[in-house]
Design a protein around this ligand. Structure first.
Ligand code: S3P
Length: 185
């Protein structure tokens, strides 16, 4: 039997480039759970990329679609969820995700975040920014209060995806044992 509570979702939050998708996919594989990336879910459901939604309809439309999807995936049981970086800007999103399971916040320095995402998928919030690292720092400062509400905080700087996935699984197992699982409470 899986030592981590099977009913609870494992939800990854954090800034763009913090590794939510890669780490989430790895955790899901290791635990034999289903994996959902909410940005990809939005793209499949609405037939547009996140960048196209931002460009054609604006951020508020994207946030409304994101909220709809968060409500939906929060009803799933025992899955791993990688969220978009701004999901926690909406308190209700955070509440739904929290009720569905464990929330894990991933961190890295703005320099590292930028190195990881540069040249990859378009991040609308960084488009046309003269200094994208500074912009990431600003976004980080705006959001850190919300990221800090997560159940677990994990630093991803200078670590491999596989090791971070193991670290998170270890944290959840330790937590489960500490909460009386072993004693049958
Ligand atoms: C956003 C992060 C993106 C995506 C959208 C907005 C944000 O997801 O949801 O561009 O507000 O931080 P990633 O965190 O996967 O890059």
């Amino acid at each position: 039997m899986e030592i981590i509570d099977e009913a609870k979702n494992i939800v990854l939050i954090g800034l763009m480039g913090s590794g939510k998708s890669a780490i989430g996919r790895t955790i899901a594989k290791k635990l034999g759970r289903r994996f959902i990336d909410t940005d990809r879910f939005i793209e499949r459901k609405f037939g547009k990329t996140v960048a196209e939604v931002f460009d054609q309809s604006g951020e508020s439309t994207f946030r409304a679609l994101e909220k709809e999807i968060i409500k939906k995936v929060s009803q799933y049981i025992g899955i791993v969820i990688a969220t978009g970086g701004g999901v926690i800007k909406d308190l209700e999103n955070f509440k739904y995700l929290k009720q569905s399971g464990w929330i894990i916040a991933l961190y890295a320095s703005p320099d590292t975040l930028y190195k990881r995402i540069a040249g990859k998928r378009i991040r609308p919030l960084l488009l046309n920014q003269e200094d994208p690292v500074k912009k990431l720092e600003e976004i980080s400062n705006e959001r850190k209060i919300m990221y800090a509400q997560a159940d677990f905080q994990v630093d991803t700087e200078n670590k491999e995806i596989n090791d971070i996935a193991d670290e998170i699984i270890g944290l959840l197992e330790t937590n489960r044992q500490a909460s009386g699982f072993d004693a049958g409470i």
